[in-house]
Design a binder for this molecule. Structure first.
Ligand code: KG4
Ligand code: ZN
Length: 340
């Protein structure tokens, strides 16, 4: 089998975005994402609505990804898809679609772990972005996940720390909900935080041993703080919104950086990569840059479109597995709690 001129399509449907991306020899030719706006009015992802929207979106999204890449489906060498982790109903749509497409075209099917994909997104060929050398530490921070992973090689990874309750994105979103902000609140908090004083209000950081995280206590502390302050001043949130946002963001970033420092110290690894939707946060990006000066880190932040849920990261894992001849059988099933 020739390993040159390889076209792979990646299909992602683990949560609320339906995505497809065509990759040619490690380079992205198209990266299409259909966001599901329907969840905004509910303040969070509604699984049943998500799977129905995936069913409506998947054919147009795949068709568009092929059209943008200017190739026909018959030119594809393999189909890569997200097997898990994620919402079962959503995963099933992508999994069954990918299986039928691979079967119909009689080409290899490649299952992808979504969490590995967030990390391996750093290996997409992209001008101006360096690939981290092995071993490196990867911190995936999103609305569904918070993990620190020691990456020894593409498929040799070890989770060394993770959240024991809420994900960091949830901490942003739930805090925003308390403040009356829309969903998802992360980008809004980021924007308002730039105008506020990060030391205006102090929230205690959770005490969690080792490299694990906890964010549910912070959310409760913020709730009680706001309830207490609004009792004496009903306009407290309105009058102090920028400072509250800056203080919340400062606390969350402090928690993340503390754990990264500990992870770097215990493993001796100074190459640090981040991924997931929360890595768009300007405060965390700045804190990583500061870490380069203060701790001698080299940090890696992927292009924005490869940090949030996307199919390009699924395609790159598909490509790497294709090179190793690591294919799936047709009887493979989706796995909602798939681990790294
Ligand atoms: O990776 P993602 O798009 O979806 C998954 O959760 O898988 O991440 C979405 C999360 C949301 O919680 C959102 O509030 C958060 O990322 N987020 C941010 C920012 N942009 C997105 N959080 C803080 N600052 C941001 N700039
Ligand atoms: Zn994700």
């Amino acid at each position: 089998m020739t390993k040159q001129n390889i076209y792979i399509i990646g299909i992602e449907s683990s949560c609320d975005d339906t995505a497809a991306s065509v990759m040619y020899n490690g380079k992205i030719l198209s990266n299409v994402v259909a966001n599901q706006k329907i969840h905004e009015e509910f303040g969070g992802v509604v699984p049943e609505l998500a799977s129905r929207a995936h069913q409506q979106n998947i054919v147009p999204v795949v068709t568009q990804a092929l059209a943008k890449a200017k190739i026909k489906k018959e030119q594809l060498n393999a189909i890569a898809f997200t097997r898990g982790p994620g919402l079962m109903g959503s995963l099933l749509v992508g999994t069954s679609f990918a299986k039928s497409l691979a079967f119909g075209l009689n080409i290899p099917l490649i299952d992808v772990n979504h969490m590995q994909a967030h990390i391996l997104a750093h290996f997409i060929d992209e001008e101006g972005f360096n690939k981290p050398p092995f071993p490196f530490l990867a911190m995936t921070i999103s609305g569904g996940h918070t993990q620190i992973v020691k990456v020894n090689h593409y498929f040799d990874m070890q989770v060394i720390g993770e959240t024991i309750d809420d994900a960091v994105g949830e901490a942003f979103d739930k805090s925003g909900k308390i403040l009356g902000l829309g969903y998802p609140a992360g980008p809004e908090i980021d924007k308002l935080a730039k105008l506020g004083n990060p030391k205006a209000f102090k929230f205690t950081k959770p005490k969690v041993d080792g490299l694990n995280f906890s964010f549910s206590g912070l959310k409760t502390a913020i709730l009680y703080f706001i309830q207490k302050e609004t009792k004496t001043n009903p306009d407290f949130v309105y009058e102090n919104l920028n400072d509250i946002c800056a203080s919340i963001q400062f606390t969350i970033i402090g928690i993340l950086i503390d754990k990264l420092k500990l992870a770097s110290k215990t493993t001796g690894i100074k190459h640090i990569a981040i991924g997931g939707g929360v890595s768009a946060n300007s405060g965390i990006r700045q804190a990583l840059k500061d870490g380069e000066q203060k701790f001698g880190w080299t940090t890696y932040v992927p292009k924005f479109e490869f940090t949030t849920d996307n199919a390009a990261m699924i395609a790159i894992v598909g490509y790497l597995k294709y090179l190793e001849g690591d294919f799936s059988e047709q009887d493979i099933t989706a796995s909602a709690r798939l681990k790294i």
